[in-house]
Each structure stands twice: as C-alpha cells, then as structure tokens.
Ligand binder design. Structure first.
Ligand code: SF4
Ligand code: SF4
Length: 253
C-alpha cells in the first residue's frame, strides 16, 4: 500500500462521513502528510508541549508511520466568523461537525489499514487535553508539523499550503512509509519578515501577542461561546484569529 491509496481512502472517508451525517459544513480539498514514528522530534514534544505527551509507540507498539491530515474549511464558514465578539453559529457547528468527521475519518483509515494487514491506532479529535493546563497529550498540530504539513503562525495554528483555517487529525500505523520533508521556510508573515500580526489585532480576548498565547484567557472566550451555543453541543471555540487573516485559506505568498 502506498501514500496515494491512503489519500484516496481519506477522500472516501470524508465523502462517507458527509453523506451519513448530512453535515451542512463544507470542506475544501484535504492535505495529508507522513512522519516516521521514530522521528526524534516526537520525543522533543515532551519538552515543547508537555512531559506527558505520548510517543507514537505509546499509542501503538511497533508504530512505523504517523499519518497527519488537514481538512480546510470552506471560505463561507470562515467568512461567517469575521465579525463580532462571539463565534458565528456556522463556526460553532463546523467545529462540532469536524469533531465527528475527524473521528470517523480516523476509524475509517484504521479499518482500511487493518484490512490490509497493518495495525493502526488513534486518539480523539479534541477534548483530549488536561483541563487545568489546557494541554493535550497528543497534539494533532505538533504531530502535523513533524509530518511536514506546515509551519506554526503567531496565532499558534499550523499554517499549511491551504491555510490554517481548518482542522487536523492524525493516526499511527505499523505500515512503513517514507516520511515527507518538512518545509524549511516560515509560512507566517511575522515569522518570515516581522510584518502582519493581523491575528493579534483580531484577537477578541487580548489573549494573543507576538510572543505568547494566554491559554486560559483564550479558553475563557471559548467557554463564552460554548454557553451561547450549548443547544448545539460542546462548542468551546472562537477562531477569530484565524479568519480574515492572510494565512486563513492559503500559505501567504
Ligand atoms: S495572521 Fe499574520 S502574523 Fe498571524 S499567523 Fe497569520 S501570517 Fe502570521
Ligand atoms: S481563539 Fe479567540 S481568544 Fe483565542 S487567541 Fe484566537 S481570537 Fe483570541
């Protein structure tokens, strides 16, 4: 089995998930990338993210490859979230839809790999973080960075070739595949040449600065949205700093 087969299966999983759940949320063309499970950067996540961050081998003994994927949100969903302090209803719904869809994609890919004789393991799309530290033990963003899907922006999102406005998922498999190269240049304009900082300007909670994200201040804003949209589900989101910014829908030129 090769990478193209996994990409085709990802597309199929998205189509199945969209049809089964009848989501209103629309997505752009996905991206996928692959990391070697023994890439030394995974061990570095214990320092960069959390001392309890898992290694691929913790999820799956004998892991050889980590598969990371990105689902870009359709521009209309991003545009719905441009104005106001609160997230738009479409944005909140997209978050909930994505949690379901990413879970289903993961299970679909796992079953596909297992049907072809390879073991696979995954964690949930979100809400797998420590409630006090607000830090996850399997950061899909950092895993996707290691796989070469993109580079981090000041808004702490992974900026991919199709922007940062979307959702990431990942899984681990025993199938050996060649790792993808990581981009060497910065994608974020501030990190490239000191310009932009549009995401900092747009932050409705004053949680974001060029150097730092105050997670607790940010999450307090997300919880306000959760309370407003509680009829939809657990939509603890905001996302104002990743819409209407140069890195939303594409890598800045
Ligand atoms: S909005 Fe500008 S500064 Fe912020 S992450 Fe995107 S490119 Fe970087
Ligand atoms: S998600 Fe909202 S509160 Fe958090 S950094 Fe972005 S704009 Fe600010």
């Amino acid at each position: 089995m090769d990478k193209k087969a996994i990409y085709r299966e990802l597309e199929k999983a998205i189509a199945f998930g969209m049809e089964r759940n009848r989501f209103d949320t629309r997505w752009g063309t996905p991206l996928v990338a692959f990391a070697a499970a023994d890439d030394p950067l995974f061990a570095d996540l214990k320092e960069a993210v959390s001392g309890t961050h898992l290694l691929p081998g913790d999820l799956l003994p004998g892991a050889r490859t980590v598969v990371a994927f990105f689902l870009p949100l359709a521009p209309a969903v991003a545009a719905s979230n441009y104005s106001g302090f609160l997230a738009s209803q479409a944005w909140a719904q997209a978050y909930l839809d994505a949690n379901l869809l990413i879970g289903e994609i993961g299970w679909h890919l796992k079953a596909f790999l297992e049907d072809h004789g390879h073991a696979a393991a995954l964690t949930q799309a979100t809400h797998n973080f420590d409630p006090d530290r607000l830090i996850s033990d399997w950061s899909h963003r950092h895993v996707a960075f290691i796989a070469g899907l993109g580079r981090f922006g000041v808004n702490r999102m992974l900026i991919t070739e199709r922007g940062c406005c979307g959702r990431l998922g990942s899984l681990v498999t025993s199938l050996p595949l060649d790792p993808d190269p990581r981009p060497e240049e910065e994608f974020c304009l501030f990190r490239r040449d000191g310009s932009c900082l549009r995401c900092v300007e747009r932050c409705v909670g004053k949680a974001l600065s060029p150097q730092d994200l105050d997670r607790h201040t940010c999450y307090a804003v997300c919880l306000k949205n959760e309370a407003v949209f509680q009829n939809l589900g657990k939509a603890d989101v905001c996302g104002k700093c990743l819409v209407d910014v140069p890195c939303s829908g594409a890598k800045p030129g």
